[in-house]
Design a protein around this ligand. Structure first.
Ligand SMILES: *Cc1c(COP(=O)(O)O)cnc(C)c1O
Length: 338
């Protein structure tokens, strides 16, 4: 079970997204272990390419990443200063007045950033809260002030312009670097770029960055093959029945490895050097069954994720988004880096 990760493609995607926002510094979002791929490898490669600003969700992720990056890399923590968090060597993005006062009391003089809510109503200070602490926060010199777009993957959604206007209004006159755009916001154009952009998913080769270079190939070993006669079924629930003699391969990965069970019976395939072999029956915990009748020779491994069936195609079949496919990728895979 091998997850082949193309580190050059991740770096190229970071460079391509940076080039789309030439006036801004490009950070790299490596939360959830770099969207399931491995932050300890991804972040140093992006540092080498010039990234100095990194984002994680939690302080514990930041602490795990800190030894892998030089001291001049800033690791920003999106959940901010939660009670009990060890923020040594990290930069909390403070999300509420409560977090701000806690942080300034416990970490006076240490770097911090501010998140404002411009309409998503998930993280960040509301306009009224911000107006109360704004002068004190600015006097303490935050590294940057940021907000996050709810609908940036839908360029025509009216929430984009609304949030942009709210961000301008809330940060007017603040002489501090500003950040609004993740991958989708970068693609909305220069009005959204400000001083720091925060691409995540686009680095890993998935939508909304349609021009991304593919990053992943997931190769799964065939354990055994068998001939199934017309009328015989395959797998749990007997959901698939052979209508002719078929050769079925059993492959060693299942939903315990993040292959969502909901792709069963939706037309997904595994690939043998470009030839599609239909996934038949249900995905089970550790196994899948594949119709390899059309192959002259069954190779030792079949690919579930490859250019012919990228992450976003699997997401579509599963009724989800590429982010969930990536962050579901299991820990039993051997990860190899190119
Ligand atoms: C996850 C996240 C990002 C990165 O978003 P992508 O859509 O993956 O590029 C940026 N900023 C915040 C606040 C996030 O939560």
């Amino acid at each position: 079970m091998t997850l082949h990760i193309d580190l050059h493609a991740i770096v190229a995607n970071w460079q391509a997204l940076s080039a789309k926002a030439p006036g801004a510094r490009a950070a790299a979002v490596v939360k959830a272990d770099a969207y399931g791929l491995g932050a300890a490898t991804v972040a140093p490669a992006l540092y080498q390419a010039g990234a100095r600003d990194f984002f994680v969700a939690l302080a514990i992720e930041g602490q795990a990443l800190r030894p892998h990056l030089p001291d001049d890399a800033r690791i920003n923590v999106l959940s901010g200063h939660m009670e009990g968090a060890d923020l040594t060597g990290l930069v909390p993005v403070l999300n509420s007045p409560e977090q701000f006062f806690r942080d300034r009391a416990m970490r006076p003089g240490k770097p911090f950033a501010i998140q404002l809510d411009t309409g998503m109503n998930r993280l960040g200070m509301e306009a009224a809260e911000w107006s109360v602490i704004r002068a004190e926060a600015l006097a303490a010199m935050p590294d940057f002030i940021m907000s996050h777009l709810a609908c940036a993957d839908e360029p025509d959604h009216p929430a984009n312009a609304m949030q942009l206007a709210a961000f301008h209004a809330m940060t007017k006159g603040c002489d501090v670097p500003r950040s609004l755009a993740a991958t989708g916001g970068i693609l909305l154009g220069p009005d959204y770029h400000f001083d720091l952009v925060r691409p995540g998913i686009g680095l890993y080769g998935a939508l909304p960055f349609a021009d991304a270079r593919p990053v992943l190939r997931l190769s799964l070993p065939v354990i055994q093959t068998r001939l199934v006669q017309p009328g015989e079924f395959v797998g749990y629930g007997a959901t698939w029945t052979a209508d002719a003699p078929r050769r079925i391969a059993t492959v060693a990965a299942g939903y315990a490895d993040g292959i969502l069970r909901s792709i069963s019976s939706k037309g997904a395939s595994l690939y043998a050097a470009g030839t599609a072999c239909p996934l038949v029956g249900r995905v089970s915990m550790d196994l899948m069954t594949v119709d390899v009748t059309d192959l002259a020779d069954v190779p030792p491994e079949l690919d579930l994720i490859c250019p012919a069936q990228p992450v976003d195609r699997l997401a579509e079949l599963a009724g989800t988004i590429g982010y969930e496919i990536l962050t579901s990728l299991g820990h039993r895979y051997h990860r190899t880096w190119r």
